[in-house]
Design a protein around this ligand. Structure first.
Ligand code: NAD
Length: 309
């Protein structure tokens, strides 16, 4: 039996659980939240769509009852506060660090072999905190940011190209911050053909910029952090692990010399499978991209310095 737990049944967590169940990624999906009754209510509401949507996965909601999460294969952590308009992800570090560490420790007591997918922001720093404080091997700690940012990149590229987003390939690496993420325009393709064959340099720069502030744009429109794409991106990462898909997805992972960095979690393309991170892919970055990655890692390190490890 496959099982995924989603901690935090707010906007992102509930959406993630909903996508996991709808796509039958796991036999059982457990949502856990501290807010009395919220997970139970959302799980029941979603289960009442099972017949309408035709899925067989079972959703369970619970209030802080970690026993219900026992023997999960994957634990997705979304608990914590989201940003409000005008805030950066980095400003959330103080509150969310305590929450992420506590919930991860609690969940691991009942699922000692689980793979962790960290979504709470500032995501790279929360992933680093998990790496430093939980004593797990690095292949079992995965930060979700690149999957979302890459999907946003492909959306903006498809809008500029006037094509279907599924015809576009593209990745975003580096830190998951408005000014630090790196949309890899040079590697992006439309049906395998470099996008520079279709779009002018200025347009590509516009696309990259829109991608980088993609989250902030939505926070401005919605009054809180976005959730449909973040939740779906969390489910996409969990699915690659549970179904051993060996997909290449940019994720925040512990670097030990790769991309010239050590003692940090930062976004790079990895192969995701049943062991979590199966492999880190070393991209042939040019000097400009290398410099951008270095600057991005520096920015992540500054936020990491705010952790009390
Ligand atoms: N990595 C990404 O790409 C990405 C994208 C979007 C949002 N986020 C982050 O995800 C987090 C959640 O965002 P959201 O919009 O769902 O927020 P939200 O406020 O809707 O939901 C957060 C939930 O966490 C719960 N929670 C708080 N402390 C908890 C604890 N100790 N145990 C269990 N549950 C607890 C809250 O009760 C709430 O229901 C935020 O930190 C946000 O910044 C990350």
């Amino acid at each position: 039996m496959s099982k995924v737990t989603v901690v935090g049944a707010g906007n992102v967590g509930a959406t993630c659980a909903n996508v996991l169940a709808f796509n039958e990624v796991a036999d059982e999906v457990v949502m856990l939240d501290v807010k009395e009754g919220v997970s139970e209510g959302k799980a029941m509401d979603m289960m009442q769509t099972a017949q309408l949507l035709g899925f067989d996965s079972r959703l369970v909601g619970c209030t802080n009852d970690y026993a219900k999460t026992a023997n999960s294969d994957v634990i997705v952590i979304t608990s914590g506060i989201p940003r409000k308009p005008g805030m950066t992800r980095e400003e959330l570090v103080g509150v969310n660090a305590g929450i992420v560490k506590t919930v991860a420790e609690n969940a691991l007591k009942f699922s000692p072999n689980a793979i962790l997918v960290i979504i709470s922001n500032p995501m790279d720093t929360m992933t680093y905190l998990a790496l430093k404080s939980l004593g797990l091997p690095k292949n079992r700690i995965i930060g979700m940011g690149g999957a979302l940012d890459s999907s946003r990149f492909k959306y903006f590229l498809s809008e500029a190209l006037g094509c279907n987003a599924n015809e576009v390939e593209g990745m975003v690496i580096g830190g998951h911050g408005d000014t630090t993420m790196i949309p890899l325009t040079r590697f992006a393709t439309y049906k395998g053909i470099p996008v520079s064959n279709f779009l002018l340099e200025e347009k590509l720069e516009e696309v990259a910029k829109a991608t980088m502030v993609g989250g902030a744009t939505l926070t401005g429109l919605l009054g809180t952090s976005a959730w449909y794409a973040p939740g779906a991106a969390g489910a996409y990462v969990a699915e690659a692990i549970i179904h051993n898909q060996r997909k290449m997805i940019p994720c925040s992972v512990a670097l030990e010399g790769e991309y010239g960095e050590t003692d940090i979690c930062c976004g790079v393309p990895v192969i995701l499978g049943r062991n979590g991170i199966e492999e880190i892919i070393n991209l042939p970055l040019n000097d400009k991209e290398k410099a951008a990655f270095k600057a991005s890692a520096e920015a992540v390190r500054k936020v990491n310095a705010g952790l009390k490890l």
